[in-house]
Design a protein around this ligand. Sequence first.
Ligand code: PHE
Length: 349
Amino acid sequence: MDIQQVLKEAKKAIESCESQQQLQDVKVAYLGKKGKVTGLLKLLKDFTLEEKKSKGAEINSIKVELEELIEKEQAILKTKDINSKLSNEFIDISFPPSSQSEAKVHPISKTFDEVISIFASMGYSVAEGPDIESDFYNFTALNIPEDHPAREMQDTFYIEDKDDNDLPMVLRTHTSPVQIRTMINQKPPIKIIAPGRTYRCDSDATHSPMFHQVEGLFINESANMSDLKGTLIEFCEKFFEVQNLKVRFRPSYFPFTEPSAEMDIAYSIINNELRIGEGDKWLEILGCGMVNPVVLENCKIDSSNFQGFAFGVGLDRITMLKHGLKDIRAFFSGSINWTSKNGFGLGNY
Ligand code: PHE
């Protein structure tokens, strides 16, 4: 029985392994149930007690030595495997894309860009606020009373964190809290839009729990309802690319505006196609009004000197109308097929 010879042989076999699988095979060949080292132990039965003791100890020591060697080699081969995988699966991100995989601009992103550029041409700048809002900015400062339906559980996503007044935080239910943040931090004149994500617990073909709005706010000494009308008509004509757009303003109610209105645009369906701006059917597209003096005062703006208007437009809604898309949920499905069909190529963007 040549124990050292088996050790030498096994070491050589371990060193020459090039993969984790080969190493596993070597491990089985030497240390497995039918392996060579195990075989040596089986031979011990023919030896004297003395020899059994000394040879047994020697076999056990080479067993331990081989186990350690295999473990070390295993770590080396694992790193080697990872490195070779990394270099084989390398993606050259500087490589020009094939025409089939042309990147597309999501319809909502396109609407964001268009809306910002239309209002920028009228002198509005973009303001932002957080998606996770405190009760104060989302409701209280906007004159939304405690028992207002908008606060109800089925509408608002409440978050466990509390604000400074121990009130729950919410996912903002509209972009109007950005009005408040702006009025608290800025002196009039104020002329901003706030595009962004909003959240309400609602889901069907025309509602999504996460959707998009753009808020508008204009405050100076004299802004009035007719300025508001003119601004919104100009926006809609530019956005829908229609001249002499037929619109109507219906009286409405929002706690933060007084008077309040909703704006509808006319449409008709001719040969199964939606025509925006003409016809005798009406689509509601936005809420608006003169900023309630209570809200100005909540933001420390003197309501005897300043006044203004605000509006909130559903961006998903106007995107669906403009591009004839029927199901809002498809916007957020993450389907590449949908985006390549309904998105906009960078070329004609
Ligand atoms: N915040 C309102 C909503 O989400 C829209 C709105 C904004 C109405 C500003 C009036 C003025 O329904």
